[in-house]
Design a protein around this ligand. Structure first.
Ligand code: NOJ
Length: 581
């Protein structure tokens, strides 16, 4: 038995990692479809929770500016911020009241300009969230629209005059009654809101609405933003006759609400009017309900969008029963093979709409938290697709796990609770599920140090800081060479310096193994074997089922690797990349 004992790059080398130094080795040129946004690593920041600079308990743009050096040292190349526009915050910024103004709590347009310049000077691009399936009901368009039936803005939203009778039922994702048509007595009509009542759906069928959106996008593109994330975009086009939908369709909302008849026309128009005029990339939240839908959004020859993210990966493990590695492998392998030849996807395991990655897919018990979080980051950063890394996951931040409904801030949790209550559901079970799955789990403040409120704010944080910040925080992890944070930095450098990790073919190995996720990434004769132990027990990967590899790992989340005549034995949650021979 041989124990390989390499600790990867010396930490001193990593400390100096800068984006500029990430010149890729290997086949750097001539890869068909090569693009900067494919080679990037996106860091998603929930601005409300990243760093509060003025003590009001809410994160802000100046807070992010303070942390630019931190962001740069992560090795990420793009930053995506959740919405920062003026908003009454019914859904934390996903309800916009002015698309050309910055939310007061977050700062000013000058702060935004400084942030953008600060990112750009560090070689980091900026991705703006564009929320245009709906606006806030406090947006001037809606204020006008609801004021009278003949207001020029009436047709900016979907109205159903009451004299036509009650409109056919539409399910709302956030409504306490689950009802998407809201009656408004002012004009004796119903308006449509697929999300909360304060998020009325814009009527994309109206060319004036589309022109408004393109003008807004141009406004930000002129300022220099490098990308857009189109929120809930698959829902914008609707059958405006609003026919009756089949019983139980709520369980397949994407199929019934998504990819409406006008969608591709709108995207082609947006591409012509905005996207083709700037060096920007656009990612669509949601990708329809089939591979064909997803391709129809992003295939290069269609001139629509560049990247999509699907929800199938997020559906894995969406219950207290957890998930099986077989499901997990199957989702990622199927999507990879569907996109192997064309199209481009995002790779992510968390965002602001789901629980913390390590609590959902890893193991947040103290003994395994660090190893499993490093292992999951190894997965994200070694798959094909553009990796999205959610703030705090570089530290292994965990779910907070609230017990009572009063602790939740999220509209989805609060309204979901009301709905469950009115349906007579088992509320104990509901709260148990919410504790694990709620979006607030992924929104707690960033853990900068072990001080009160984790160095996030000097005031009272808008959402409590996780008590485990005493152990899990940036300051402590900076000091420790083997921390999650330093591992993340190393893995990010590895991704950027080996183009096979971006563009290489993916091949699944050991498909039936219940503990080990094994695959290769190869490009033009270069490549790596990736071995990820998804379990808390040791796992043996049989050598006769693996391709030949060099024993010196490119990266390893443990100090050594046990290889004997027939097996590689992986420690709990061990992750290793081995160069292929
Ligand atoms: C998707 C966003 O990610 C989520 O946070 C938001 O609540 C809905 N869209 C509505 O905008």
């Amino acid at each position: 038995m041989r124990i390989l004992n390499w600790l990867l790059l010396p930490i001193g080398l990593m400390a100096g990692c800068q984006n500029q130094e990430a010149a890729p080795t290997g086949a750097a040129k001539g890869i068909p479809g090569q693009a900067w946004w494919k080679e990037g690593i996106i860091y998603q920041i929930y601005p409300r929770s990243f760093k509060d600079s003025d003590g009001d308990g809410v994160g802000d743009l100046r807070g992010i500016i303070e942390k630019l050096d931190y962001i740069e040292r992560l090795g990420v190349t793009m930053v995506w911020l959740n919405p920062i526009y003026a908003s009454p915050n019914a859904d934390n910024g996903y309800d916009i009241s002015d698309y050309r103004a910055i939310m007061q709590e977050f700062g000013s347009m000058e702060d935004f300009d400084e942030l953008l310049a600060g990112l750009h000077s560090r070689g980091i691009r900026f991705v703006m969230d564009v929320v245009v399936n709906h606006s806030s009901d406090e947006h001037e368009w809606f204020v006008q629209s609801r004021s009278s039936r003949d207001n020029p803005y009436r047709d900016y939203y979907h109205w159903w005059p009451a004299e036509k009778g009650k409109p056919n039922y539409r399910y709302s994702l956030f409504d306490p009654k689950g009802e998407a048509w809201k009656y408004d007595s002012l004009t004796d009509a119903y308006y449509l809101h697929y999300f909360a009542q304060k998020q009325p759906d814009l009527k994309w069928e109206n060319p004036k609405v589309r022109q408004e959106v393109y003008d807004i996008m141009k406004f930000w593109a002129e300022k220099g933003v490098d990308g857009f994330r189109l929120d809930a975009f698959q829902y914008v086009s609707k059958d405006t006759t609003f026919p009756k939908l089949p019983e139980g369709y709520e369980k397949e909302v994407i199929k019934y609400y998504g990819m409406g008849p006008g969608l591709h026309g709108y995207l082609k128009e947006m591409n012509r009017e905005v996207l083709s005029q700037y060096d920007v990339f656009v990612v669509s939240e949601g990708a329809g309900s089939s591979f064909e839908d997803a391709h129809s959004l992003v295939d290069a020859d269609r001139n629509e969008l560049q990247m999509a993210y699907h929800f199938e990966g997020m559906d894995v493990g969406n219950s207290l029963d957890g998930y099986t590695l077989a499901e997990f492998k199957s989702v990622y392998s199927r999507w990879d093979s569907a996109f192997a030849k064309k199209g481009w996807l995002s790779i992510f395991l968390a965002n602001h709409d789901v629980p913390r990655m390590v609590s959902k897919f890893g193991d947040d018990r103290p003994a395994y938290r660090a190893a499993s979080s490093k292992m999951l980051n190894t997965f994200i950063l070694s798959m094909r697709g553009t990796p999205y890394c959610y703030y705090g996951d570089e530290l292994g931040m965990t779910n907070i796990g609230f017990d009572s409904i009063q602790q939740y801030q999220d509209i989805a949790a609060r309204n979901g609770y009301q709905k469950a209550l009115s349906e007579g559901r088992d509320m104990e079970q509901f709260l148990k599920e919410l504790k694990f799955l709620s979006r607030d789990n992924g929104r707690t403040p960033m853990q900068w140090d072990s001080s009160r409120h984790a160095g996030f704010t000097t005031g009272t944080p808008w959402l409590p800081v996780n008590e485990n910040h005493a152990q899990i925080n940036v300051a402590a992890q900076e000091e420790s060479p083997n921390s999650c944070l330093n591992y993340f930095r190393q893995m990010a450098q590895l991704r950027k310096s080996h183009l096979f990790l971006t563009y290489g073919d993916y091949q699944l190995l050991l498909p039936a193994d219940e503990q080990v996720y094994a695959y290769t990434r190869t490009l033009e004769g270069e490549g790596a074997l990736v071995l990820l132990n998804f379990s808390a027990a040791e796992a043996a990967a049989p050598l006769d089922k693996l391709p030949g590899f060099e024993e010196r790992p490119l990266i390893n989340n443990y100090p050594g690797l046990q290889v004997d005549a027939s097996f590689i034995t992986l420690k709990p949650y061990q992750a290793v990349l081995l160069p292929l021979k």
